[in-house]
Design a binder for this molecule. Structure first.
Ligand SMILES: Cc1ncc(COP(=O)(O)O)c(C=O)c1O
Length: 453
């Protein structure tokens, strides 16, 4: 088995950092200039997550290509961490948005537009749940859904999995502590209350830990991705999701499936693929082609339980709404993106490309006997610095390696391939080609050869 030489890794990172700085003087200068007015030097603090000390500055993006202000064009496998799964500025989405906001007029009016019911019907067709409501982010859809779950069940707690991510949702920023106690995830910023007050925690792929948490009888809702995707990809083991559904029913907890990322599995996400039966379903990011959107779907049974509380303020300031949510622009974008871009045909092609990507990486790992693994989830694939693949969030967190992350990101970036800054995820969009995937395989081979060869 190949072993990692940390000294060599440090030297390679230094070399790649120098190359990055040399190749990107305009981005570097723009970042320095922005420090005067932007907190952290960026419009959103996560944007400093890119490796190399400063982010590339965007010039433009179309399909799966991004051009930066220094004039380099990249094959983009980050795709806005899923927000651009439909590709950058997809033509159908742009046309629909232009028609809505320019020809017809009306970006946000607090009035429903006819596109919304079309989108609701399409979401029902894909994911099965009959009733939908819209937000501008998946985070908000999750937040509102958790409130509704507490209202519907009369229970106070949420069950979340260790190292899950559902957006900046207070109840979910948790890890599994000694003896299964809920602990705040390291780095949790200014929590309103200790998450142990709001949340019970379990380990993914561990039904016994779920059962122990549910046995307290106070869990309103179990929130999970059907495969963890935010701590590398952790796939569900056979029987886990079915067991989770059964345990929820048995203990009177609702099941919330968040497919914001796992939508990559196919046109109906893992919910359609595996016949999952969530009570609440959340998705966001990609379904409007990059225009802000989020949505939750609920079953009729959950709607009935919510409606049994006429005092709950669902229509004003009760905590489940946003002024711009459901706006006409988002709805037109979602209709075009779901209707014309992220189609069944597009998914077939994207998934075949992700398979090619996965096989390419796997061959290299096998060839050099590198103790890493790559996991595929439909149109998405990600390698992790552990073999065998981690089984839950805590194991996957342990496999994290900031130095390896930086090396792989910079190595690929310096050679025209953009991976997502959050670990090593690659996502295919309708514009991705076999040649793009093969370029990644070629660059990945060189990176591994320099490190392990
Ligand atoms: C599974 C999941 N849910 C929700 C979110 C939050 O999405 P947003 O940042 O659009 O609010 C994310 C973001 O990465 C996510 O991965």
């Amino acid at each position: 088995m190949a072993s990692l030489d940390r000294d060599r890794l440090t030297q390679l990172i230094d070399r790649e950092r120098a190359t990055y700085r040399e190749q990107n003087p305009i981005s570097a200068a723009a970042f320095e200039a922005a420090k005067g007015s932007l907190f952290g030097g960026v419009p959103m603090t996560w944007m400093v997550k890119w490796s190399g000390g400063f982010p590339l500055y965007l010039q433009g993006a179309h399909g799966n290509r991004i051009t930066d202000v220094d004039g380099h064009t990249y094959v983009d496998f980050a795709l806005g961490d899923t927000g651009a799964m439909a590709g950058h500025s997809p033509a159908a989405t742009i046309a629909a948005v232009n028609q809505r906001i320019s020809e017809l007029g009306g970006i946000t009016t607090m009035l429903p537009s006819e596109d919304a019911a079309w989108v609701g019907d399409e979401l029902s067709r894909r994911f099965g749940l009959p009733l939908w409501s819209f937000s501008l982010t998946a985070t908000d859809a999750n937040r509102w859904a958790l409130r509704l779950a507490r209202l519907a069940t009369g229970k106070s707690k949420v069950l979340a999995f260790s190292y899950c991510y559902h957006g900046s949702v207070d109840e979910t920023v948790v890890v599994y502590g000694p003896d299964g106690v809920t602990q705040a995830r390291p780095g949790n910023v200014g929590p309103a209350t200790d998450p142990a007050n709001t949340t019970r925690v379990a380990e993914f792929n561990d039904l016994a830990s779920v059962e122990r948490a549910l046995a307290h009888g106070d869990v309103a809702v179990v929130i999970t991705e059907p495969a963890l995707t935010n701590i590398g990809i952790v796939l569900p083991e056979p029987g886990f999701l079915e067991g989770l559904r059964q345990l929820c029913t048995q203990h009177g907890a609702l099941l919330l499936i968040d497919e914001t990322h796992t939508f990559s599995a196919g046109p109906g996400g893992m919910t359609a693929d595996l016949g999952l039966q969530p009570d609440i379903f959340v998705i966001g990011k990609s379904i409007a082609g990059g225009i802000p959107i989020g949505t939750y779907g609920i079953t009729q049974a959950v709607a009935d339980r919510i409606n049994a509380h006429p005092d709950a303020d669902l229509v004003d300031v009760g905590g489940v709404g946003g002024t711009l949510a459901g706006n006409a622009m988002s709805m037109s974008a979602a209709r075009a993106t779901l209707g014309e871009v992220l189609t069944d045909t597009a998914f077939k092609q994207m998934i075949a490309l992700a398979t090619r990507f996965t096989e390419g990486v796997q061959n290299v790992l096998d060839g050099f006997d590198v103790p890493w693994t790559i996991s595929q989830l439909g149109a998405r694939a990600e390698y992790r610095f552990a073999r065998p693949a981690p089984r839950n969030g805590s194991e996957s967190a342990e496999a994290g390696d900031d130095d390896l992350d930086e090396y792989m990101h910079l190595y690929t970036l310096n050679r025209g391939v953009l991976m997502t800054p959050f670990h090593n995820m690659a996502l295919m969009c309708p514009a991705t080609s076999e040649a793009d995937v093969d370029l990644h395989t070629e660059v990945f081979t060189k990176a591994i050869n320099e490190l392990f060869g």
